[in-house]
Design a protein around this ligand. Structure first.
Ligand code: SF4
Length: 192
């Protein structure tokens, strides 16, 4: 079994010359899986989806003061088919839960979820019949952000943690890469 090259190696002028490549250039060695993980982690596109007051903080994150573009996540998409991360910003009502699940299902694989704020993560102050007591009852959550509301800095920290997670989880083979996969579900299946 050949050993996988995990590190990035930069060579200087001592780099061997192949063909007509000019001597003195830089060479980067890595695996395809690492390269794809790096690309995915540094270009997370959130689906535009706000539920309550936490969404105001999420919007502030995209503004010039905090500038989420520094981490490659400024491209909020108006369609789930172009997004790979869902930020659940605010309390999730039981009426909204099937809609959230449908939007999640319409996002192509691979996809990730950030639960932003106490309400999304646990129901928060809304311990009543109308609010889902944790968004992870509806979709799998990768990162939870505490607070009411969490500051934009906290959301940026969550994105950085998600990036770390994505970089750690390398695809095992080309078959596992699955660059696009859509599994549309009917609303009846979501309610079932
Ligand atoms: S955690 Fe606080 S700010 Fe966020 S939705 Fe709940 S009440 Fe609003």
């Amino acid at each position: 079994m050949p050993k996988r090259v995990e590190t990035v190696v930069l060579h200087d002028s001592s780099t061997p010359v192949f063909g007509d490549v000019q001597k003195g250039g830089s060479v980067v060695l890595t695996s395809v899986e690492t390269l794809i993980s790096q690309a995915r982690a540094n270009s997370l596109w959130p689906v535009t989806f706000g539920l309550a007051c936490c969404a105001i903080e999420m919007m502030a994150t995209a503004g010039s003061r905090f500038d989420i573009a520094r981490f490659g996540s400024e491209a909020f998409r108006a369609t789930p088919r172009q997004a790979d991360v869902m930020i659940i910003a605010g309390r999730l009502s039981k009426k909204m839960a099937p809609v959230l699940r449908q939007i999640y299902d319409q996002m192509p694989e691979p996809k990730w979820v950030i639960s932003m704020g106490a309400c999304a993560s646990s129901g928060g102050v809304y311990n009543n019949y109308a609010i889902v007591q944790g968004a992870d009852q509806v979709v799998p959550v990768d990162v939870y952000v505490p607070g009411c509301p969490p500051s934009p800095d906290a959301l940026i920290y969550a994105i950085l943690k998600l990036q770390e997670k994505i970089k750690r989880g390398r695809a095992k083979s080309f078959a596992d890469l699955r660059l696009t996969e859509l599994k549309p579900r009917t609303i009846e299946e979501v309610h079932a």
